[in-house]
Design a protein around this ligand. Structure first.
Ligand code: ARG
Length: 491
């Protein structure tokens, strides 16, 4: 049973925020010193004390006894170095701008990792696509055999979906990487702080200007979880296909042993639990999105404690999405294909019927709707299409006479052309309009997507580098500010 005090805590989220909170403290104190708001002596003591607090021991033992991570750090500092000095750290700020800043700092690091992981998944999909540029498979609509395609085409489709996830997450990053620090409780402060400086030291791209907006908004959280929801939807669809494809009914793929489990009773089982959990956890991420939307709706400006309740959902959605992308990446990498079965199934279910209708249009100058009706009759009659040009043409003539009063063989359709239309590979090759499964298009798309990926990887590396450089600068400033007095003391 929770105690009254427990009720107010958000311990897991606060542990998650701890490292970011330390950085925010350091940047704030460095800036207070630079602006002459705090004395050198006080800053040295505060920075050294922060260094001491920064430990696993603090997180496990001290943090849980306080209202939240910010209160814990300040209280322990005051215990250590006294209120006269330790009590000055919070000058010109509030927990409201502090927490908003720490969430952004913590989230930013996780997000950069997720985006990199999405790109790794894209790379694996492209690898599998390249290796399977000749692998014929049935394409589906309504989960019914529709038209033949190539496995590379199917995986290139997913690669494109995840490329859009990349861009969505990048745009979320832009909204996240702005600094609310210095907004104080909401009304700014009378101390001559420098918000640009703390923003720069923390690797933010800019300042979130309006101090009331800065502490009130969690729209960046809604944004990023919406991106996760889209990402998880794409992962879930792929997971679902892997589950279907690995069933005896399809028998298209073999999921690697690391990503299946056995049954406690049925010795033969290879259950695709990892893919199933990706599918299920898509639901938990949607749940987080709904929770955050519901928490934020109708909150009066500016800060309310309700906002604390947002953070655990952000944490959960972030961890779940990160893990799911990474599991999917390895599962795709190690997926084995049963090419024979796919090729066999590509023939089943009159998959070349559309190409046959198209051929009738091209060769016999018949409107598509009429050609559709003629081939539809043929299919209803159950005439086997495969390599059966002669029989098919004579049947087509019968139905064409019924629909148009004239045989197709009298209008230019030949047995050879029928056979070509019924040939799976030739039929796929014909589909060479932009974005289709013809080999030339597949090769072009593979090249283009690979080069996009190189550019996208560079973009994310540059973001990572920029943040890293700022945080290094922050550490250098901290060391410098802590050392100045020490040097003087010795002399
Ligand atoms: N733990 C709080 C949160 O996550 C920090 C801010 C508390 N501010 C306040 N005015 N009570 O939102």
């Amino acid at each position: 049973m929770q105690t009254r005090k427990d009720y107010i805590l958000s311990l897991e989220a606060d542990k998650w925020l701890f490292q970011a909170d330390m950085l925010v403290d350091k940047a704030h104190v460095v800036m207070l010193r630079e602006k002459g708001i705090l004395k050198k002596r006080d800053v040295v003591a505060i920075l050294n004390c922060l260094d001491k607090i920064n430990s696993d021991y603090f997180v496990e033992h001290a943090l849980p006894s306080y209202e939240d991570v910010h209160t814990a750090i300040e209280s322990v500092m005051i215990k250590e170095i006294g209120e006269d000095i330790g009590g000055k750290m919070h000058t010109g700020r509030s927990r409201n701008d502090k927490v908003a800043t720490s969430i952004r700092v913590a989230l930013r690091a996780e997000l950069l990792d997720i985006i990199k992981s999405v790109n790794e998944l894209r790379a694996e999909l492209l690898k599998q696509a390249k290796a399977n540029i000749d692998t014929v498979m049935p394409g589906y609509t309504h989960l019914q055999h529709a038209q033949p395609t190539i496995f590379a085409h199917h995986f290139l489709a997913y690669a494109d979906a995840f490329a859009r996830d990349f861009w969505r997450l990048m745009s979320a990053y832009e909204y996240i990487n702005v600094s609310p620090l210095g907004a104080a409780a909401f009304a700014s402060t009378g101390f001559p702080i420098d918000r640009e400086r703390t923003a720069k030291l923390l690797g933010f791209d800019s300042v979130l200007e309006n101090s009331m907006d800065a502490v009130s908004t969690r729209d960046f959280v809604i944004d990023v979880i919406s991106c996760y929801a889209n990402l998880m939807t794409n992962l879930s669809r792929l997971a679902e296909e892997i589950i279907l494809w690995s069933s005896s009914e399809f028998n298209f793929v073999r999921v690697h042993a690391e990503y299946v489990t056995g049954s406690s009773i049925m010795p033969q089982k290879r259950n695709p639990d990892y893919a199933e959990l990706i599918r299920a956890r898509t639901g938990t991420v949607y749940g987080s999105l709904m929770a955050v939307l519901s928490i934020c709706k109708a909150l009066p400006y500016s800060y309310n404690r309700d906002l604390q309740e947002v953070t655990p959902h952000l944490l959960q959605a972030t961890k779940t999405s990160a893990a799911s992308v990474s599991v999917m990446k390895s599962m795709v990498e190690k997926l084995e294909l049963n090419k024979e079965e796919m090729a066999k199934q590509a023939q089943v279910g009159f998959t070349t019927a559309t190409e046959l209708a198209d051929t009738i249009v091209r060769e016999a100058n018949v409107p598509f709707r009429t050609a559709h009706a003629i081939v539809s009759d043929l299919v209803k009659e159950g005439v086997a299409l495969k390599d059966n040009g002669k029989a098919v043409l004579s049947e087509l003539d019968t139905f064409a006479t019924r629909h148009t009063g004239k045989k197709l063989s009298k209008r230019g359709l030949t047995e050879k052309k029928v056979n070509r239309a019924l040939n799976i590979k030739l039929s796929i090759e014909r589909h060479n309009a932009k974005g289709g499964p013809a080999k030339r298009e597949l090769r072009r798309m593979l090249r283009a997507r690979k080069s996009d990926l190189v550019t996208d990887d560079k973009l994310i590396e540059s973001k990572d580098y920029k943040v890293g450089r700022s945080l290094d600068e922050l550490e250098r400033e901290v060391k410098r500010k802590a050392r100045i007095i020490k040097v003087k003391k010795q002399s």
